[in-house]
Design a binder for this molecule. Structure first.
Ligand code: HMG
Ligand code: MG
Length: 328
């Protein structure tokens, strides 16, 4: 039978907020996560264990993880919360909190087997490589090979803790420093390395929104030729050029069923000049509904959250669907 399910990974609390200049109160971040947790989403990227000197806005990610581990976030479906960790130090900071709350989360190796376990949150770790040397230097202060060696360790140690691992590759369809011509074979090579290191999923980041339909197709063909399965790939589109949903349609045709998005279209990468937000979750949910696909996410609830959080941040609502639904 035709499987019409699509998994949306909500990255608003991390990718959406990381680039905001003004410090966002912890209470606002937690309210955002709590509201998102009641929309039907199954995965929320909640924070980032990176250097606070590099990304000050993510400095209170420990408090966010702690709040989640105290099981203070209610939801109707089990939710997996993901946190970026680029190196051993980042994972150690997360692992400390997990060790203090050993029974607070469901690990990947222990399948949820009873009702009691259902609402235990899961925790995922996300590492992030880049497809170009320039972006790797700017974002991680090291070359691609060095980053992959560090990730090998982070992935191994995360798996030992029973945590699922997602691995991003940034600038797969264009780089702010090297332009449009990013080599898809290089992307496939990095993805293969990360999967061999034990990553459970590769999220292909169009960091700058420079991706187009034909180049998205070429990239996914190249991934398939390299033996990478579509079920191991997520697509992470930024909507800078307004191409995110077109590229999403192309990705669906290539069998991709996991997509990253951000409520209200929030976001941007601090090391990608001019980068705007991720594709808005409201737009993604609406688009999938028009195709008869099932995201499990309540569009009206998501629309309300988009209007609320963009207002909290003093920004315009970047979701065209959100604005249309609200008649704004
Ligand atoms: P570095 O300066 O080379 O690190 O940065 P270092 O190892 O030399 O350490 C320097 C200091 O940082 C030391 O402290 C370390 O302890 C500390 P000091 O001795 O000076 O007091 N440190 C840390 N502190 C907290 N957490 C850590 C950590 N690591 C070191 N994990 C580093 C290297 C990787 C740390 C830095 O480059 C960094 O934090 N980069 C993160 C950049 C980032 O977060 N970018 C945005 C996320 S990626 C993205 O948005 C793209 C994505 O959305 C997909 C897409 O759209 O393409 C995922
Ligand atoms: Mg991003």
């Amino acid at each position: 039978s035709y499987d019409n399910r699509v998994k949306l990974v909500e990255v608003g609390p991390r990718d959406g907020l990381q680039n905001e200049k003004k410090t966002i109160p912890l209470a606002t971040k937690i309210e955002l996560i709590e509201r998102l947790a009641r929309t039907g989403l199954s995965t929320i990227e909640a924070g980032s264990f990176v250097s606070p000197k590099w990304v000050p806005q993510m400095a209170n990610s420990s408090e966010i993880l702690e709040h989640i581990l105290q099981q203070k976030v209610s939801s109707q479906v089990p939710i997996s919360y993901s946190f970026l960790a680029p190196n051993a130090k980042g994972l150690q900071n997360a692992a400390k909190l997990l060790a203090q709350n050993p029974n607070a989360f469901a690990t990947q190796s222990t399948p949820a087997n009873d009702a009691e376990a259902v609402l235990k949150p899961s925790v995922e770790v996300a590492v992030f490589a880049a497809a170009t040397e320039s972006f790797s230097q700017k974002n991680l202060n090291c070359d691609i090979q060095t980053s992959l060696e560090q990730f090998k360790e982070v992935i191994r140690d995360s798996k030992a803790l029973g945590l699922r691992v997602r691995a991003y590759i940034s600038v797969v369809l264009g780089c702010p420093f090297e332009g449009f011509e990013v080599d898809p074979h290089k992307v496939a090579e990095i993805a293969t390395d990360l999967l061999e290191s034990g990553a459970d999923e590769i999220s292909l980041g169009d960091t700058t929104g420079m991706g187009t339909a034909p180049r998205t197709s070429a990239l996914l063909k190249c991934m398939a030729s390299a033996g990478i399965r579509s079920e191991d790939i997520a697509m992470h589109f930024h909507d800078t050029y307004g191409q995110a949903l077109v590229n999403t349609a192309v990705s669906l045709e290539h069998g991709i069923r996991t997509f990253d998005s951000s409520v209200g279209g929030l976001g941007g990468c601090p090391y990608s000049p001019g980068a705007t937000g991720n594709v808005a979750t409201e737009n993604m949910v609406y688009f999938m509904e028009t195709l008869g696909m099932d995201t499990g996410v309540n569009l009206d609830a998501m629309t309300d959250i988009g209007a609320w959080i963009t207002n909290e941040l003093g920004k315009g609502n970047e979701s065209s669907v959100g604005k249309a639904v609200l008649g704004a």
